[in-house]
Write a protein that binds this ligand. Structure first.
Ligand SMILES: *[C@@H]1O[C@H](CO)[C@@H](O)[C@H](O)[C@H]1NC(C)=O
Ligand SMILES: *[C@@H]1O[C@H](CO)[C@@H](O)[C@H](O)[C@H]1NC(C)=O
Ligand SMILES: *[C@@H]1O[C@H](CO)[C@@H](O)[C@H](O)[C@H]1NC(C)=O
Ligand SMILES: *[C@@H]1O[C@H](CO)[C@@H](O)[C@H](O)[C@H]1NC(C)=O
Ligand SMILES: *[C@@H]1O[C@H](CO)[C@@H](O)[C@H](O)[C@H]1NC(C)=O
Ligand SMILES: *[C@@H]1O[C@H](CO)[C@@H](O)[C@H](O)[C@H]1NC(C)=O
Ligand SMILES: *[C@@H]1O[C@H](CO)[C@@H](O)[C@H](O)[C@H]1NC(C)=O
Ligand SMILES: *[C@@H]1O[C@H](CO)[C@@H](O)[C@H](O)[C@H]1NC(C)=O
Length: 461
């Protein structure tokens, strides 16, 4: 039996005007939460009576009459069903506030004072992120009741929150958010200990409205503004239809689509190979019947460079991390993965959109882009060491001078001395260069890959 849904608060004795025999009749107060069923018993199941006539009334109107075992329906038959049990109980499927009575053989048997509680929203169905919603408790009696509101995270509303304004019998939620407002709210009513639920349904973006995404140069990237619910799921007629959506950058439409063309994969703009020109601020505009939903995606593109691309004894390598644009509080850090003891060197890329580090050791280097001390994207660079050159240079340090002023004269002098040796050296250097080129080609394939985080790829401003 669904007795648990009946919240009997107290029993009172009520004098019913017009009642024939008993002067006082047991009248139970029954609190019903709207939408939940309630069961009203007529006879005690121990009574074992077999009445000739049994009548259920609601506010003195006939609901049901049972005469010699045969039921006859009266009014409001959509509101109740008769349970097939010994107590001739009435199950209220759509209870209404009022007085319910059961008469047995002309004698008033039981009386119930039913009160139906509900929370009423100022708007129904799905709301859009940013809307305002007011929830009211009904009925509300200031003298008798005190109420508290609980958000979908089951936290009590204190009244000090910015967006939640509590009044005597209501709560107003402004600038609705997916994160805090979407879900089942509860109104707790005291002293009756009722918990009345209300499902707040919001369509919006689960990610921040100003989102930061990070991509490595030449990697592929999908620009998208996923919603918290799948709009293709047309089973729920309450879900409002998107009229159109578009992706805009600098007031230029990058991608536009009609809802009729929308697939179950939510609108996405795929960038197969990210360039620096792709960086910047994008806006997603989704048009619904009455309102738009908008959000920003800031795409930050990163790459690394090394000049020269290999270490040699004559030159250290300048490793640079480049980003565009540089978000506030961004930091680039270079760390030599092979030297676990070495400390990363970090710097702000804000002024030049890059941060460089002079590398003196070979091995695997990693450049981290950190925002608020969280690593957003990392790029590896394997720094190799030029072979062979060491021997060349140690014997002929003049080559370095050769590129400077007055080199021609010096070369002329030297030419006479060492033509045979130089031929040998030239061959060796060409060989070394070829090896270096092959190596570089191989390295390019396995370095500079992007390591994208998934859900945490953004930060809050
Ligand atoms: C509404 O909330 C969002 C964050 O969810 C915020 O960015 C926006 O400024 C707020 N709007 C108003 C009018 O308070
Ligand atoms: C990106 O692709 C371009 C064109 O193929 C190439 O020249 C460049 O070296 C690549 N950069 C990186 C960091 O992979
Ligand atoms: C981008 O979307 C395509 C489908 O359009 C998918 O195959 C691919 O895995 C997505 N890439 C990323 C990085 O999410
Ligand atoms: C969207 O629909 C409108 C009107 O039906 C049409 O003019 C427009 O070309 C459509 N756009 C796309 C991207 O299909
Ligand atoms: C659904 O997506 C596929 C592949 O992404 C595309 O070929 C097809 O045209 C799309 N359908 C609609 C209705 O847009
Ligand atoms: C490379 O850097 C180290 C440390 O800064 C310095 O001692 C060395 O002279 C540099 N080598 C060259 C060839 O510039
Ligand atoms: C550096 O470390 C990587 C992997 O962590 C390894 O493959 C590579 O051989 C190391 N290089 C040197 C010079 O130790
Ligand atoms: C970068 O190097 C680290 C250390 O060897 C490795 O764990 C990581 O997978 C590399 N990342 C990429 C994208 O290759």
């Amino acid at each position: 039996m669904v007795l648990s849904s009946i919240l009997v608060s107290f029993v009172l004795y009520l004098a019913l005007p017009g009642a024939m025999l008993p002067v006082t009749v047991r009248a139970e107060k029954v609190n019903v939460i709207a939408g939940k069923p309630a069961i009203l018993h007529c006879l005690d199941s121990t009574d074992k009576k077999n009445p000739a006539t049994l009548i259920w009334k609601y506010n003195n109107k006939l609901l049901l009459k049972i005469f010699q075992g045969n039921p006859f329906k009266g009014e409001k038959s959509e509101m109740w069903t008769l349970n097939n049990d010994e107590s001739f109980s009435l199950e209220l499927v759509k209870a209404e506030t009022g007085l319910y009575t059961c008469e047995v053989d002309g004698k008033l048997e039981t009386t119930y004072e039913v009160k139906v509680w509900k929370v009423i929203g100022s708007k129904s169905g799905y709301l859009l992120q940013g809307d305002t919603l007011k929830l009211n408790l009904s009925p509300f009696n200031m003298e008798d009741n005190r109420i508290e509101w609980f958000n979908p995270q089951k936290a009590k509303v204190t009244g000090k929150e910015l967006r939640w304004k509590v009044q005597e019998d209501s709560i107003q939620i402004t600038n609705l958010t997916i994160q805090e407002d979407h879900g089942m709210w509860e109104c707790h009513v005291f002293p009756d200990q009722l918990k009345i639920p209300y499902n707040v349904k919001i369509i919006g973006f689960p990610n921040p409205l100003d989102e930061f995404n990070f991509a490595a140069l030449n990697s592929s990237f999908n620009l998208s503004c996923p919603l918290n619910i799948n709009l293709e799921n047309q089973k729920d007629p309450e879900i409002p239809r998107v009229q159109s959506w578009k992706l805009v950058k600098n007031n230029i439409v990058v991608e536009e689509q009609n809802i009729s063309n929308m697939n179950n994969s939510f609108p996405t703009k795929r960038i197969p190979r990210v360039h620096f020109e792709d960086a910047g601020k994008y806006q997603c505009h989704l048009r619904f019947n009455h309102r738009n939903l908008n959000k920003n995606i800031n795409l930050i593109v990163m790459t690394v460079s090394a000049v020269p691309d290999e270490l040699s004894s004559k030159e250290n390598v300048t490793l640079c991390g480049h980003i565009k644009p540089a978000p506030p509080l961004a930091e680039l850090c270079w760390v030599n993965v092979n030297e676990s003891m070495s400390k990363p060197t970090c710097g702000s890329p804000i002024s030049e959109n890059k941060f460089c580090h002079i590398a003196t050791t070979a091995g695997l280097w990693r450049c981290d882009l950190k925002v608020n001390n969280n690593v957003k994207i990392s790029i590896n660079y394997t720094l190799g060491k030029t072979t062979n050159e060491w021997t060349v240079e140690s014997r002929f340090p003049l080559i370095e001078i050769a590129s400077g002023a007055g080199a021609t004269l010096l070369l002329l002098i030297l030419a006479g001395i060492c033509v045979p040796t130089c031929k040998h050296i030239k061959r060796k250097r060409q060989q070394a260069k070829r090896i270096a080129q092959i190596k570089q080609h191989l390295l390019a394939k396995r370095t500079c890959q992007c390591q994208r985080e998934l859900a945490n790829d953004y930060y809050h401003t």
